[in-house]
Design a protein around this ligand. Structure first.
Ligand code: NAG
Ligand code: NAG
Ligand code: NAG
Ligand code: NAG
Length: 298
């Protein structure tokens, strides 16, 4: 009676041993450590990257994660307030612009040609040009570039909060202003526009009946991502990146492996934990079956 069962038990022991050895095999040391996935509390996902070689190459050098996350353009570093990966928008804040609480002399907002195409300001971001001279193009030849948004006029802005009231107080009149879109400041610098200050307001579609002290000041950018096969790389457990020399897409699989499109089957990377637990689950099923077989035989 012992003879048929003993080999079964020993093979069972072998299976158990091998399985345990496989479960306990060390995971590759924090494989994708060179692509940070957060900067402070802001998640960094494709197409963005804060480490060179991570994300999409078109967005290279656009973000800097020093203490906080900054969006870099030729005119400066703008603090990133939030990134919405579903709506594909990023809200940034120009620390040098005027708002309801502070007046600061004008400062151009300049993006590279590439940035203007792949991450331009959204249509519901309004640029308010303030204290424009009577010779300003937006009061003359280009006055059709100015509009009132959600029922608001520039006059309301001058009267609406402390910082902007200064314009009234100093001149005893109402200096001209213009609510306009990014395209205006893209094609005309502040010096040409001849306005001394500017501010920007986001989510302007929802501001009907809401006064300037409750507006949200900032710049909302809308980013687009070309379909380069990142989904396939992510599904295989990799992180999308690029070759820092050629800027060709790379699927970063582990600290020691990069693939052109996807990580090889069974390679243990960011998805490693998940694969291990799937394996564990399968093992429990196998052992359960083995135990059942064993008890049936006994
Ligand atoms: C993989 O690509 C990243 C990003 O370009 C690079 O930093 C890293 O050295 C590469 N690793 C290997 C093993 O080629
Ligand atoms: C990021 O910002 C820090 C501090 O301002 C600076 O030292 C560093 O050079 C910047 N890096 C890039 C890539 O711009
Ligand atoms: C904006 O509103 C002001 C005050 O209500 C008005 O005088 C002005 O004509 C309006 N401008 C446009 C472009 O509609
Ligand atoms: C408004 O603009 C004029 C020049 O057009 C300038 O002299 C004045 O200082 C500006 N007002 C403020 C509050 O900066």
């Amino acid at each position: 009676m012992d003879s048929p069962v003993t080999p079964l038990i020993s093979s069972f022991k072998i299976i158990l041993f091998v399985s345990l050895a496989m479960i306990c095999r060390p995971l590759p040391a924090s494989s994708l450590a060179n692509c940070r996935s957060f900067c402070g509390n802001i998640p960094i996902n494709y197409p963005f990257g804060v480490d060179d070689g991570c994300g999409a190459p078109q967005f290279r050098h656009m973000l800097n994660c020093s203490s906080d996350l900054f969006f870099i353009t030729p005119s400066g570093s703008y603090k990133v307030q939030s990134i919405d990966y579903n709506k594909k928008t990023m809200v940034v804040y120009d620390p040098a612009m005027s708002t309801c609480s502070i007046l600061q002399p004008h400062h151009d907002f300049i993006m590279t040609d590439l940035q203007s195409v792949i991450i331009p300001p959204t249509p519901d971001t309004v640029f308010a040009l303030l204290n424009c001279s009577i010779d300003s193009p937006v009061l003359n030849h280009y006055k059709n570039l100015c509009f009132n948004f959600s029922g608001h006029s520039c006059d309301e802005l001058y009267g609406g909060c402390n910082a902007f009231r200064l314009f009234h107080l100093l001149t005893n009149s109402t200096p001209a202003c213009c609510f306009t879109s990014y395209d205006t400041v893209k094609f005309m610098k502040m010096n040409i526009l001849d306005c001394t200050h500017y501010t920007t307001v986001i989510n302007t579609d929802g501001l009907k009946g809401i006064g300037p002290s409750d507006w949200v000041y900032g710049i909302k950018l809308s980013f687009s991502v070309a379909e380069t096969g990142c989904a396939r790389c992510s599904l295989s457990g990799g992180t999308c990146g690029y070759d820092t020399e050629t800027e060709g897409m790379l699927c970063l699989c582990s600290s020691s492996t990069n693939a052109t499109r996807e990580c090889a089957a069974g390679s243990v990377t960011a998805g490693g934990m998940q694969m291990q637990s799937t394996y564990l689950h399968a093992l429990v099923v196998v052992l359960g079956a083995a135990a059942l077989t064993l008890s049936a035989r006994l």
